[in-house]
Design a protein around this ligand. Structure first.
Ligand code: EPU
Length: 420
């Protein structure tokens, strides 16, 4: 297992280019199962989660070819039973259930487990497919979904913590080949849902309303191959913006979609970070002290849960008290105890973290627990005095393309220690 050795205290300076969005690419790859024709997806980040989704599709019989940042998928002949162990390992793989059920009339997919950020049930995915007429059974750890042909229906997908992103995608994909019209109410509005709908429409689907809480899908007989370029990763963009602010740097971020990041950019400005926007380019800089801000994570277009951990580091460096409330995943505070090793003062009170900021951070060995927590630890290491070793960086390799190379180009002293 690799780790990162970071010698902190240097401001990040220079230019960084944003990769395609992992959370768009994963369901879009699954959508390629809806047709026997060839699909080409561009701006695909080189990430372990993406390669893993490729393996899952191959295990179902699809041909998958990676070439630079392009992946070509052809699912001419596929089966509906996924490899139990392979699918169980990545939660995002649940989004093959909708396309397989819709195209083949039957699918068996292992239930993804919980993970360190929370219980992460899939009841809403199953409720949606059942509303379209699929008979759902859970046996021996598998979800078995069957329907001769799915039928359009009205589906309410609001859950305890709001809408579901992958659940909306799953039901939307299933409904493309259903008989009649499906209306998803309380649909997730995330840009990744819109990106998936754009790809499905390019395949011949008839979807309107993606990006709003009501999505309407008129079923068609079949879908055809399509080409698509994934949107830039808004979470990677936010991570570099916060890293620039945390290290008192000046960073120009290229190839982003700032309109997907209003909530984050607004909070950064409120905290005293300079944010200049011009088209797809963002210039982030910071001079002097920051102000504490309170943040609550919410479904899009609110502040993303995937940026909560990184924002906490910035607040730990900011004199005063900031309150960060997590409303999407109940246990997403694993980074707090690791940040404490670097000297951060953070107390958990129910769904909130009370950050007493302003103490300088000092390097220490820390353990990455999940993807975004790892990114937060890297930012903390860059801002801290001395050396920080972030262990178990395979978590970060799941979702950030070449983050160590990109940070080195910005002047960071970060080294990958292989096998440590
Ligand atoms: N939920 C249910 N029932 C369901 C599905 C979800 O109660 O059937 C709950 C969840 O437990 C959670 C809330 O609804 O409390 C929202 O979960 P959602 O379903 O939206 O999450 P997801 O679709 O499984 C995606 C991203 C996550 C991101 C969340 C929220 C992918 C592959 N994953 O997960 O990304 O945090 O949306 O925006 O798209 C990450 O990239 O680090 C990551 C965890």
């Amino acid at each position: 297992m690799d780790s990162f050795l970071i010698k902190g205290g240097r401001p990040l300076e220079g230019d960084v280019h944003i990769s395609g969005a992992k959370n768009s690419v994963l369901p879009i790859m699954a959508a390629a199962l809806l047709t026997s024709e060839k699909c080409v997806i561009r701006r695909v980040p080189d990430l372990s989660d993406v390669r893993f989704m490729g393996q899952i599709l191959e295990s179902l019989g699809a041909k998958v070819k990676f070439d630079g940042d392009t992946v070509t998928i052809q699912a001419s002949e596929i089966k509906g039973v996924g490899d139990y162990e392979l699918i169980r390992k990545m939660r995002g793989s649940i989004c093959i259930l909708g396309p397989l059920t819709s195209r083949l009339g039957e699918a068996m997919v292992s239930l993804p487990g919980g993970c360190v950020i929370g219980a992460r049930p899939v009841d809403l995915h199953l409720k949606g497919l059942a509303a379209l007429g699929a008979k759902i059974q859970i046996n021996n750890g598998y979800v078995h979904a069957a329907a001769r042909r799915l039928k359009g229906a009205e589906v309410f997908l609001g859950g305890r913590s709001g809408p579901t992103v992958l659940g909306t995608g799953n039901v939307m994909m299933a409904a493309t080949l259903a008989d009649g019209v499906t209306k998803i109410e309380s649909a997730a509005c995330e840009p990744e849902v819109v990106d998936l709908a754009d790809f499905l429409n390019a395949m011949g689907a008839r979807i309107t309303g993606a990006g709003s809480p009501t999505i309407t899908i008129t079923g068609v007989q079949s879908l055809h191959g399509a080409e698509h370029e994934a949107i830039p990763d808004r979470i990677e963009t936010a991570t570099f913006a916060i890293a620039a602010a945390a290290t008192q740097g000046h960073v120009t971020i290229h190839g982003s979609r700032p309109e997907h990041l209003h909530a984050v950019l607004d909070k950064l400005k409120e905290a005293g970070v300079k944010v200049a926007r011009s088209g797809a380019t963002l210039k982030i800089s910071r001079h002097g002290k920051l102000k504490p801000v309170d943040v609550t994570t919410l479904p899009y277009s609110g502040f993303p849960t995937d940026v909560q951990a990184q924002m906490m580091v910035l607040m730990a460096l900011t004199p005063g008290i900031s309150v960060i409330t997590e409303r999407i995943f109940e246990s997403r505070f694993m980074h707090v105890s690791e940040l404490a090793r670097l000297g951060a003062e953070i107390a958990i009170e129910g769904p909130s973290a009370i950050v007493k900021g302003g103490r300088p951070l000092s390097g220490a060995p820390v353990m990455a627990s999940d993807l975004r927590a790892s990114a937060a630890l890297v930012i903390a290491g860059l801002a801290a005095g001395g050396a920080t070793q972030v262990n178990r960086v395979y978590h970060i390799d799941r979702g950030y393309e070449k983050i160590d190379d990109k940070l080195r180009q910005l002047g960071a002293n970060i080294q990958r220690l292989e096998g440590l």
